[in-house]
Design a protein around this ligand. Structure first.
Ligand code: GDP
Length: 445
């Protein structure tokens, strides 16, 4: 996400950084480019104007122009302004402070990802916060909707409200809350019916359900890829029924990011969560400062660490780290490492979180990094005997031929893998000799 903007903005700042001293005209020219970049990214015009004015004012009014590295000073101002536009520092958490069962009302247009997001939120609350969650579909419009939610609940490992045909959405909501109270649920997620466009009947239905259940959160789900339509939808929903937060889905497919940047200013509603894929774990908190960092190519290390902590197997990681520190690292460990990398998901998604890697990602375009080599390495390693994996130095010509045949690869590929392994192993030996302190010294020098 934000690739378009990120690429252009980093171009502007690279240009400024090269200048050394900056004149007011340089700033004006840079701001013209920033404005074009934002419009290109589909950010709403009033938001762009406000943004550029704020940055220009701060850049010209302060000692920026005389500072030692004015380019950096301007980048800092832009970073701060981006954080403001995105809603201010820090994620806005879900408000679950109410007497349980706490109702969460999900609203949005059809196809926005509302049902999927309901499942993702249910899973997250159940797994991370150990909440007992009940999912209920109030969608009586689409015959299959209630069934879809029941299946999703099963995948998310939470309960769903048994389906009773013929009930109205308000009746289902009542029943969900009753079951919630009776069976001691912490959270009841109410997934309402979507519509193709906003109409009064939909708004009336949402109002009636809200009056019945007094939800702690009314979350609007919008599709980031619809750009300004998502913002207009949010504005209309907020004016008609009032929303407490926005969940923006399909961030994985949205290279422009205009909707995310315009949402807060135009609607006043904070983006609380974002969806970045179809899988149930593809749900993230929205941290404006991290998103700003990604836009400016500063990376999102905090996000990366969180993602790693979420997906990686701690025991396995620690075992690996220990072996590395001891200078023991065999092909089984290498295979374990590949498994961990694969678990983190798309490599280009990870790259986007690393500082300076945004540009590399641009160079790749829409292509994914070629990770097939890792898969082939896995196949090769699994065709080896235990002794070979433990002590790769015994793998000579005849063993190589056998392994190549077994894994459907070639002897050359096996040679490449062994060479790479040797390089890794000798690096780890060096690390282990240095010890932790030595490593830190190396990192600092
Ligand atoms: P609803 O009509 O609003 O309930 O939409 P659904 O939850 O049925 O989602 C519609 C489609 O969008 C499904 O195929 C989902 O898998 C997909 N989807 C939902 N959220 C995301 C997301 O964050 N990223 C991507 N790529 N697809 C999503």
């Amino acid at each position: 996400m934000f690739e378009t903007l990120s690429g252009k903005l980093s171009g502007v700042f690279d240009g400024l950084a090269k200048r050394g001293a900056l004149s007011e005209a340089d700033v004006t020219e840079a701001m013209r480019e920033v404005r074009l970049a934002m419009l290109d990214a589909d950010v709403a015009l009033p938001v762009v104007k406000d943004f550029v004015n704020k940055v220009r004012e701060r850049a010209v009014g302060h000692e920026v122009l005389d500072s030692i590295s004015p380019g950096q000073a301007v980048a800092k101002i832009v970073n701060d302004a981006l954080i403001d536009a995105l809603g201010g520092a820090g994620a806005v958490p879900l408000n679950l402070n109410a007497v349980p069962p706490v109702p969460i009302l999900m609203v949005g247009l059809q196809g926005s990802g509302k049902t999927t997001t309901s499942g993702k939120i249910a899973r997250r609350l159940a797994q991370r916060e150990r909440k007992k969650v009940l999912l209920a579909s109030l969608d009586t419009q689409r015959p299959a909707a209630q069934l879809q939610l029941a299946q999703l609940a099963e995948r998310a490992g939470v309960a769903s409200l048994p389906i009773i045909a013929g009930q109205t959405p308000v009746e289902i909501a009542q029943r969900a809350m009753e079951v919630g109270r009776r069976e001691g649920y912490d959270i009841v997620i109410l997934d309402t019916a979507g519509r193709l466009s906003i109409d009064e009947a939909l708004m009336d239905e949402v109002r009636a359900i809200r009056a019945e259940t007094s939800p702690a959160e009314t979350l609007l789900v919008v599709d980031a890829m619809t750009g300004q339509d998502a913002v207009n939808t949010a504005k209309a929903f907020n004016e008609a029924v009032g929303v407490t937060g926005v969940v923006m889905t399909r961030m994985d497919g949205d290279a422009r990011g205009g909707a995310a940047l315009s949402m807060r200013a135009i609607t006043g509603a904070p983006i609380k969560l974002t969806g970045s894929g179809e899988k149930l774990d593809a749900l993230e908190e929205f941290h404006p400062e991290r998103v700003a960092g990604r836009i400016l190519g500063l990376g999102d290390i905090a996000g990366l660490v969180e993602k790693a902590a979420d997906t990686l197997d701690h025991e396995e990681s620690e075992k690996l780290a220990l072996k590395m520190m001891q200078g023991k690292f065999d092909l089984d460990d290498y295979a374990a490492q590949i498994r961990q990398i694969n678990k983190m998901g798309s490599i280009s998604g990870i790259l986007g979180m690393l500082p300076g890697m945004g540009k590399l990602k641009d160079a790749l375009g829409d292509k994914e990094l070629d990770t097939s080599v890792l898969t082939r390495h896995q196949a090769i390693i699994s065709s080896m005997t235990r002794a070979e994996r433990r002590q790769p130095s015994i793998i000579k010509a005849s063993r190589k031929k056998r392994i190549a045949a077994g894994s459907g690869t070639t002897v050359q590929e096996i040679n490449r893998l062994l060479k790479q392994y040797d390089a890794m192993a000798s690096m780890m030996k060096r690390f282990s000799k240095l010890g932790v302190k030595g490593l830190m010294r190396q990192g600092l020098s």
